[in-house]
Design a protein around this ligand. Structure first.
Ligand code: SAH
Length: 204
């Protein structure tokens, strides 16, 4: 068993996610998405720097977020904050025939993520300010915001389907609560999941 597979086994046994998600993680080694000098750390359950002050989350947290998103085959999903593209790749596998639209504002990360995701045909990587969402591909069944916000971005909620779910780190710049927002009768229904620390969402 590789070091990565051992980490995924630990994540699954610790109850962070269901078997289906663990299976997808197992066959998607994080090292493929990391800069060369960090590949050696890919199997540690730790966030890692991506350059430009950005980080990719620890794998157990990613597993837990994917679990809470309850992705199903065929879903239309948007991610704000592509980073290295690792989470987009996992979501791509989980929605299968569905589609992932992922938005990144930093040129260098966007270009690298595009390269990393070249084989994931159902992922569209967009360069731009994701705080406005991406109306063209909406409405979405699921939205994941991978950078911290101090209030729910209204534009994103608008682009969510009725019955859809958005997950985002909501709070101050120093720490946030990971929050699940379900759109029920057109209104946001909030559930706090756990305390987290994400880099801030930068609005243009
Ligand atoms: N899921 C990613 C997390 C990357 S960190 C991964 O695992 O690699 C958050 C990312 O959000 C950073 O790459 C940052 O550049 C990006 N970001 C911040 N503000 C943004 C905005 N307004 N629109 C799009 N991307 C943004």
């Amino acid at each position: 068993m590789s070091e990565w597979e051992k980490l995924v086994e630990w994540i699954e046994n610790a109850g962070f996610c269901e078997t289906k998600i663990a299976e997808v993680m197992r066959k998607t080694p994080r090292e493929q998405f990391l800069p060369n000098d960090l590949k050696q750390y890919s199997h540690f359950d730790h966030p890692l720097p991506l350059g430009d002050g950005q980080t990719t989350s620890q794998p157990s947290l990613i597993a837990h977020i994917l679990s809470k998103l309850e992705l199903k085959e065929g879903m239309n999903v948007m991610e704000v904050g592509t980073g290295c593209g690792f989470v987009s790749a996992l979501m791509s596998e989980l929605v299968s025939e569905g589609k992932i639209t992922t938005i990144e504002r930093i040129d260098r990360l966007y270009n690298k993520a595009k390269e990393n995701l070249a084989n994931y045909k159902n992922v569209e990587v967009i360069l731009g300010d994701g705080s406005k969402g991406y109306e063209k591909n909406s409405p979405y069944d699921r939205i994941l915001v991978s950078a911290a916000v101090n209030e729910m971005p209204e534009a994103l909620f608008q682009q969510l389907k009725e019955g859809g779910r958005m997950i985002l780190p909501l709070g101050s710049i120093l720490f946030q609560d990971l929050v699940q927002i379900d759109k029920i009768n057109g209104k946001p229904n909030l559930t706090k999941l756990l305390p987290v620390v994400f880099v801030p969402l930068v609005k243009e």
